[in-house]
Write a protein that binds this ligand. Structure first.
Ligand SMILES: Nc1nc2c(ncn2[C@@H]2O[C@H](COP(=O)(O)OP(=O)(O)OP(=O)(O)O)[C@@H](O)[C@H]2O)c(=O)[nH]1
Ligand SMILES: [Mg+2]
Length: 1116
């Protein structure tokens, strides 16, 4: 990059009004990187001939090979629009669903986005996802409808057909925006309503006016939608280098036809036609069968140009067009064998796409100064807290954000959205940079002098030789060898230093929201759990990150900023300072920031809300080095990978395996490549993907496997009955299982007894719990703080969500069995927010409800927690974390605790500190229920001995609850649940059959099939088990010669209908399946595979009919 551009950008960085931070968002392959290429070419960074072919921002090798973007990367461009200079910080993002976390990191740093839609494919799943992300972050989008050339050349639409097709696409995009908008308005409305009564209560005497309208009518949504006449839509073909907005044509035709530009602007898009005789523009083109203005004045021109240049190759016509457009074409373009070259040469001058897109960006996207107050509040209020409840100093920061000030006294606030890795060689101070003119001149001068000296000494020497005296002949050579050896030594040293330096360097991808950052500046690094109120209390007033000794504050550390970099795609340029409103790279933070963080010079600054990630990491593989001795390298590599990827998770399982969790197959491949080539630099082997399952119970079936009513038949198989009896009526001295599945278990010391029953939760409840996991986690946090006696000021919206969840649960859990169940919920699990419920069915135990944050007068005396309450919850958590089938988490199971007796003796003396907890039981437990030991003295003595040998009661109760849950689970019909993907496949009619073939083979199910209007493409929506999905994309691509390429998105969990423990038990079943029942049992296959992987016992007959085999062997 020339120095002049860098200088220019540095100047522009200081003027936030003319800065635009934007990202390019779209579904995969809709042309983001191609468009970015065109924009980059407009700055002369790459040649415009290569634009679209180079994909400059896809700097990784695998990105180029696969042709998809995997990492978002940024570049700064400058652009002149209406005599103003603008700085555009552009971020190209990936469209593949596996990398959607990269989109989240990009969106957070921007104020606006270019959303691209493929003119043929229209709105796709990721288009909707990115529009939603833009909404969630409150950034403003503009639209580019790309690949219009495909309508002409591939679909061969007429201009009129293309117009209606474009209208449809616009309608689709607006429908998505509309639904987002409506939900937001309704949400705001609800929030306002909930705040109003509060205001009344606070006694400000404000008049409260209730308004019953939904609020939709009064909100102005005219600026919200994409419409060419609003100037927020560009039609383009990035690959051919052209693009236009209505404005451009309005200007052209207003001069040519003498119509005022604003009239044209209003009528160029829409149902208007030109009446040439009357020289009037009239509405109603469609009704009268006339060509709409857009077709006549815009599309027809483009269509005829393509026709002349590409289809007909009509040289004369082309020449005419070239002269009339006034563009200059080079001779070699005219002669080129590929007509597209000529086409893009003409189009990129006539309607240059950077001009159209960047003008729209400058006009329609907000500058950092225009950040909305709503966005600021959203960024600053973490979790359930409401903005108003933050400390005063923190609330004042809102103003700072809105001002985006770069004054010296403005506090520094920076958000790091991800850490990325660059080769240390690519860092500016390590890189060889081209010499400036002065340097070249200087070097030339030095070389000249050296040459002159050498000449002079040679002459001297010759003179001396001539004179017969060569006294110091040896000396200089010795000298020089000395010097050279020194040089060598230096070089070696440098090399080893370099090797050391070859380590990957992390650069933080960040944006300055306020203040000015400089290298070497000290700032606070705020973790996601940092609480500004606490920070302000502990730190001395007016302290700054510069101060030397500061008291330790939780979730806060201090760090010194390393180098600051301007992100220029593949390159980084060093900067001395970066003012507010700019995107930048920061070095030197790798030890302080894991993935994202908030940096600030003020302790009042709260951490930003976490990024919204849409992808669920689901594909797990275990990784090990090829050579066991390289384990430390692998561990380090995995740590680096974890830091460098926003979505990948790295963990060590209980089995000691190193596990990598990724969002999908493509993501997995990239992570493995990164590990091999960048982070660990060793050979590694990865296991087959570990497929997650869930375990659940279902209602007992009414019919058997051959659809016969179970009630009418009697069971025949004696062996199986024995088996069943042993599982159902199992009993030992501490365990009893009754015939309806109620399990009663006593702790080994016989002091506590629990009775638990497992009940399947209705499907809707299970999905509700699953989708509300985040909310339940918040609920749990609120409860925790209530229990500790700290009242947390909760955001009213969160409270409302919790109330809504409760209501919904109440409506879903209807019927006799679930009477009052929602109030009786004891806990959720596993991990306290999972989709299983522990229900309190103990009549005599009234515990505070989990919903206690909803009613403030909850602290009634009779609802205190019983001691050891926590042990029951812990036991439940353990039981739900790993089920008995194959130690996978449970899902959709309700455990109802129906009896809980604790036997204690009221005055048990204790010396043992271990027994403290028991002590508490004996003294405070209100539930000193039931038999208090027949003989107190004997009881006491016995108890003490047993407590000694079995450990504390709390621990025993945990184990007992866990075991009871497991037995209760086993007493019901058990099922495995499989993770399911949804995928949308777009395929042409010819390959449709093959797509179905592949889906069928992999147990996929088609749920929807539709023909895309105006094309010969079909969109198929299918559901596919994750377990069968590996290699699916590749197979589909191969079988359809690359015509169909599906994207798999995790959708839900589904019960596998077959019973893994099934054996024939009725006569009919025997008839049908025989005694062995050796037809394939998918669930059993999955279950055994998991058990085998985990090293659990697998019940399998390896050799059957051994005798037969032996006889066979003998006969041979
Ligand atoms: N016909 C046509 N093809 C285009 C156009 N723009 C891009 N393409 C092609 O579409 C394919 C995908 O382009 P990319 O720019 O890599 O798409 P992307 O949106 O960056 O894809 P991801 O980053 O993987 O999400 C490439 O083969 C491009 O050549 C266009 O305007 N017309
Ligand atoms: Mg791309």
């Amino acid at each position: 990059m020339g120095l002049t551009i860098l200088e220019k950008i540095k100047v522009l960085q200081k003027n936030p009004a003319n800065i635009r931070n934007l990202c390019i968002l779209a579904h995969v392959d809709h042309g983001k990187t191609t468009l970015a290429d065109c924009l980059v070419a407009s700055n002369g960074i790459i040649s415009s001939r290569l634009a679209g072919k180079l994909r400059y921002l896809d700097s990784r090798e695998d990105e180029q090979i696969r042709g998809i973007t995997m990492k978002s990367s940024a570049i700064s461009l400058h652009f002149t629009h209406r005599e103003q200079e603008y700085l555009l910080n552009l971020i190209d993002s990936p469209g593949h669903v596996d990398f959607s976390s990269e989109v989240s990191t990009a969106v957070r740093l921007c104020d606006g986005a270019i959303v691209i839609v493929d003119a043929v494919e229209g709105v796709c799943p990721q288009t909707q996802a990115v529009l939603r992300q833009a909404w969630l972050e409150n950034i403003r989008p503009v639209l580019v409808i790309n690949k219009i050339d495909r309508l002409i050349l591939e679909l061969k639409l007429t201009s009129q057909e293309a117009y209606s097709h474009l209208q449809k696409i616009l309608g689709q995009v607006n429908a998505v925006t509309g639904s987002l908008f409506t939900s937001k308005v309704l949400e705001e409305r609800a929030e306002k309503d909930s705040e109003e009564p509060e205001r009344e209560a606070s006694g400000y005497g404000e008049e409260v006016v209730y308004d019953w309208s939904a609020g939709l009518e009064e909100v102005d949504d005219s600026n919200l939608y994409f419409s060419p006449d609003q100037g927020n839509v560009v039609f383009a073909s990035a690959i051919d280098g052209w693009g236009f907005s209505i404005q451009q044509f309005a200007e052209i035709y207003s001069q040519r036809m003498g119509i005022r530009p604003w009239v044209l602007l209003k009528t160029l898009w829409g149902d208007f036609y030109l009446n040439a005789k009357a020289k009037k523009i009239i509405k109603g083109a469609q009704a009268k069968g006339k060509k709409p203005l857009f077709v006549q004045l815009v599309l027809d021109n483009i269509w005829s140009l393509y026709d002349a240049v590409v289809t007909k190759r009509d040289k004369e016509k082309v020449d005419k067009v070239v002269t009339s457009l006034g563009v200059k074409i080079m001779a070699r373009d005219t002669r080129h064998s590929d007509p597209k070259v000529l086409l893009s040469a003409i189009c990129s001058q006539w309607l240059p796409v950077p001009q159209a897109v960047l003008s729209m960006v400058c006009e329609k996207l907000p500058s950092p100064l225009e950040m909305s107050a709503e966005r600021v509040e959203k960024l600053l209020s973490v979790g359930a807290r409401r903005f108003n409840s933050l400390p005063q100093q923190t609330q004042e920061l809102k103003q700072v954000f809105l001002q985006c000030s770069s004054e010296d006294n403005a506090p520094v606030i920076v958000f790091v959205s991800k850490m990325f890795v660059v080769d240390s060689k690519a860092l500016p101070h390590k890189r060889q940079r081209p010499l400036t003119h002065e340097e070249i001149a200087q070097r030339r001068e030095v070389a000249r002098q050296r040459h002159a000296e050498r000449m002079a000494s040679a002459e001297n020497h010759a003179d001396r030789v001539k004179a017969g005296t060569a006294p110091q002949e040896v000396q200089p050579s010795a000298d020089s060898s000395d010097v050279s050896s020194k040089m060598e030594a230096l070089a070696v040293k440098e090399q080893s230093a370099e090797e050391e330096e070859e380590r990957e360097t992390f650069v933080a991808f960040a944006r300055v929201f306020s203040g000015v950052v400089r290298p070497g500046q000290r700032v606070f690094v705020l973790g996601p759990k940092y609480d500004p109120a606490l920070g302000l209390n502990t730190l001395p007033e007016g302290c700054s990150a510069q101060s030397d000794s500061l008291p330790d504050t939780p979730h806060m550390s201090r760090s010194t900023l390393g180098g600051l970099y301007l992100l220029m795609g593949r390159e980084l340029e060093e900067l001395e300072e970066v003012p507010a409103g700019n995107v930048l790279g920061i070095g030197g933070l790798e030890d302080f920031v894991l993935k994202s963080a908030t940096l600030s010079s003020s302790p009042a600054c709260p951490p930003f809300t976490p990024l919204n990630f849409e992808a669920t990491p689901i594909v797990r593989v275990a990784i090990e080095p090829k050579h066991p001795s390289e384990m430390p390298k692998l561990v380090r590599g995995m740590r680096l990978l974890n830091q460098a990827d926003p979505c990948a998770e790295v963990l060590i399982q209980e089995t000691g395996e190193h596990v990598l969790v990724t969002a999908g197959e493509v993501h997995l491949q990239r992570c493995l490549d990164d590990l091999r080539q960048r982070f660990a630099k060793i050979e590694i082997s990865a296991s087959k993907p570990i497929i997650p399952f869930r375990e659940t119970v279902v209602r007992p079936p009414k019919v058997d496997m051959v659809n016969e009513d179970l009630g009418k038949q009697h069971k025949v198989a004696i062996i199986h009955q024995v088996k069943e009896d042993s599982s159902l009526g199992r009993s030992s001295d501490t365990l009893h299982v009754d015939s309806v599945g109620l399990v009663t278990l006593t702790t080994p010391n016989r002091l506590a007894t629990v009775s638990i029953r497992a009940i399947p939760l209705p499907q809707e409840v299970m999905s509700l719990l699953e989708s509300s996991a985040e909310l339940i986690r918040t609920l749990e946090q609120v409860n925790m703080s209530l229990r500790e006696g700290r009242a947390l000021e909760v955001n009213p919206r969160t409270l409302e969500d919790i109330a809504a969840l409760k209501d919904r649960l109440e409506t879903l859990l209807q019927g006799h069995r679930w009477r009052n169940a929602v109030e009786r919920i004891w806990a959720f699990g596993p991990r306290r927010y999972g989709p299983n419920i522990l229900l309190n069915g103990v009549e005599s135990y009234q515990r505070p409800s989990v919903w206690q944050c909803l009613n403030h007068s909850a602290d009634k005396p009779h609802t205190t927690l019983r001691d050891l309450d926590n042990s029951i919850v812990s036991g439940f958590q353990l039981a739900t974390l790993a089920g008995p089938m194959c130690e996978e988490p449970l899902m959709g199971v309700c455990f109802s605790l129906e009896r809980w007796d604790v036997q204690t003796s009221a005055s048990a003396p204790h010396q043992d500190s271990v027994e403290e907890e028991e002590d508490a039981v004996s003294q405070d437990a209100p539930g000193d229920i039931e038999a208090q030991g027949e003989n107190a003295a004997v009881g006491q003595a016995k108890w003490r001995i047993e407590a000694d040998c079995y450990g504390p009661v709390s621990g025993q109760l945990i184990a007992a609850t866990k075991e009871a849950c497991r037995h209760a689970f086993q007493a019901q019909p058990q099922r495995l649940m499989a993770a399911m993907y949804t995928c949308e496949i777009m395929a042409t009619a010819e390959v449709l059959g093959r797509v179905y073939g592949v889906l069928g083979k992999r147990e996929g199910r088609v749920v929807h099939e539709e023909m895309k209007e105006g094309t010969d493409m079909f969109t198929i929506k299918a559901i596919l088990p994750v377990a069968e999905s590996f290699g699916f994309t590749d197979e589909i691509r191969k079988r359809t010669s690359g015509l169909a390429s599906p994207q798999l998105i995790f959708s839900h969990w589904e019960v596998i209908s077959s019973d893994p423990y099934w054996v024939p038990t009725t006569e009919e079943e025997y008839l049908h399946f025989g005694e062995k029942a050796d037809s394939a049992n998918q669930a059993l296959k999955y279950m055994n595979a998991v058990r085998r992987r985990k090293g659990l016992y697998v019940e399998e007959k390896t050799v059957e009919h051994a005798e037969k085999q032996r006889t066979l062997g003998k006969n041979k």
